[in-house]
Design a protein around this ligand. Structure first.
Ligand code: CAA
Ligand code: NAD
Length: 306
C-alpha cells in the first residue's frame, strides 16, 4: 500500500513483530505508525474498552492520512485504512503477546511502580532476543530496566515518541548505562523504517525535548498564577511571537494534564539534578484541574473546553 515501506525495500527492518503496551494517546499512535510501515503489531491494554478507544484513535487518524493520500478516491481510502488496521491485533492478555515479540514498546501510565511491575512480568515471558523499550516522558530508563534480568539490561532502551505520533517526526533513542550499541543501532534502523527521525541521548531526566519543554510549560503556569497575563494571551503570544504551533496551555491540554503532573511531581521529588527545583515546582492551578478530572483534550476540558 502507498505510504508503507514496500516489502523487501532497501530500508533495514530489524524487527518483525512489535508489541505495544497501552492503547492511549501514545500507544495507539505508535501501533498505527508501525502497522503503516508493514510491521505486525499487537496492542495491549487492561480491558476491551481501552482497546476500543485506541482502535478508534487509530482509525480516525488513518482516515486523515488516507484523505490526503487518496484525495479523490474514497474506495482507495477505505482500502488503505482496512489494510493498515489488519496488521493491528489487540489483546488484554498481559504477557502472552510477548512470547513471540521482537520489540516491546511500553506506553502505559507514567508511574514507575506500574511500569516496573509490567516489565518484570514481561521479562519472564519474552524470548531472550526481544528488545524492551519504554516511551516514558520522564522516568529513568535505568530504574525501569532494573526490574528485569541482567541479560535484558543490554536489550533495554528508551524509545520516546511525540504527540501526535502520526505527525511528529522525532523519536529520542535513549541509551541507558547498560544498553548495548547493537540495540541502539537496531532501534535507530527501526525509526528510519517507520519514517521517523531519530536523535540519540543519555538517560537523564526529560532526555532532550522534555528537559526544555516541561520547564517552559511550568514557567507559563507561574506567569498566569502571578496574574501577569491570561492563559489565552500567553498562548497567543507564544504562537504569534515565537512561532510555536501551539501555546504552552494548548500544548499542556494536548499532552494531558495528568501526564504533565506525573512528570513534574516525579522530578521535583526524585529527578536527578531537579529535586526541589523551582523549574518543576508543583502548581496549585495544575493540581486543581487534575483533581477535578479535567485532564485536557482527552477528557474534553483542561485549561480550555473542547
Ligand atoms: N493523525 C494523522 N494526522 C494528523 C494528526 C493525527 N493525529 N494530527 C494532525 N495531523 C495532520 C493533519 O492531517 C495535517 O496534515 P496536512 O498539513 O498535511 O494537511 C497536519 O497534521 C496539521 O494538522 P491540523 O491542520 O489539523 O492542525 P495544526 O496545523 O494545528 O497541527 C499539530 C496540529 C501537528 C498537533 C500542531 O499543532 C503541532 O505540532 N503542535 C505541537 C505538538 C507538540 O509540540 N507535540 C509534542 C508534545 S510533548 C511530547 O509529546 C513529549 C512528552 O513526553 C509529553
Ligand atoms: P494515556 O493515559 O492516554 O494512556 C495510557 C494507557 O495505558 C491507558 O489506556 C491505560 O489503560 C493503559 N495502561 C495502564 N496500565 C496498563 C498496564 N499495566 N498494561 C497495559 N495497559 C495499561 O497516556 P499517554 O498519554 O498515551 O502516555 C503513555 C506514556 O507515554 C506515558 O509514559 C507518558 O509519559 C508517555 N508520553 C506521553 C506523551 C503525551 O503527550 N501524552 C508524549 C510522549 C510520551
Amino acid at each position: 500500500p502507498a505510504d508503507s515501506a514496500p516489502a523487501g525495500s532497501e530500508v533495514e527492518r530489524p524487527f518483525s513483530k512489535v508489541v505495544v503496551y497501552g492503547s492511549g494517546l501514545m500507544g495507539s499512535g505508535i501501533a498505527q505508525v508501525a502497522a503503516q510501515y508493514n510491521y505486525q503489531v499487537t496492542l495491549v491494554d487492561l480491558n476491551q474498552n481501552m482497546l476500543d478507544k485506541g482502535q478508534g484513535y487509530i482509525r480516525s487518524s488513518l482516515k486523515r492520512v488516507a484523505r490526503k493520500k487518496f484525495a479523490d478516491d474514497a474506495s482507495q481510502q477505505t482500502a488503505f485504512v482496512d489494510n493498515v488496521m489488519s496488521r493491528v491485533k489487540v489483546s488484554t492478555d498481559p504477557v502472552k503477546p510477548v512470547e513471540d515479540a521482537d520489540l516491546v514498546v511500553e506506553a502505559i501510565v507514567e508511574n514507575i511502580k506500574v511500569k516496573q511491575s509490567l516489565f518484570r512480568s514481561l521479562d519472564e515471558a519474552a524470548p531472550q532476543h526481544t528488545v524492551f523499550t519504554s516511551n516514558t516522558s520522564s522516568l529513568p530508563i535505568g530504574q525501569l530496566l532494573a526490574a528485569t534480568s541482567d541479560q535484558r539490561a543490554t536489550q533495554f532502551a528508551g524509545l520516546h515518541f511525540f504527540n501526535p505520533v502520526p505527525q511528529m517526526k522525532l523519536v529520542e533513542v535513549v541509551k541507558a548505562a547498560t544498553t548495548s550499541q547493537q540495540v541502539v543501532d537496531s532501534l535507530t534502523a527501526f525509526c528510519q523504517s517507520i519514517k521517523k527521525s531519530p536523535v540519540h541521548c543519555n538517560d537523564t531526566p526529560g532526555f532532550i525535548v522534555n528537559r526544555l519543554l516541561v520547564p517552559y510549560m511550568m514557567e507559563a503556569l507561574r506567569m498566569v498564577d502571578r496574574g501577569d497575563a491570561s492563559v489565552r494571551d500567553v498562548d497567543t503570544a507564544m504562537k504569534l511571537g515565537a512561532g510555536y504551533p501551539m501555546g504552552p496551555f494548548e500544548l499542556a491540554d494536548y499532552v494531558g494534564l495528568d501526564t504533565l503532573k506525573f512528570i513534574t511531581d516525579g522530578w521535583y521529588k526524585e529527578g536527578e539534578g531537579l529535586v526541589g527545583d523551582g523549574l518543576v515546582a508543583p502548581s496549585k492551578r495544575l493540581d486543581a484541574l487534575v483533581a477535578a478530572g479535567n485532564l485536557g483534550r482527552k477528557t474534553g476540558k483542561g485549561f480550555y473546553e473542547y
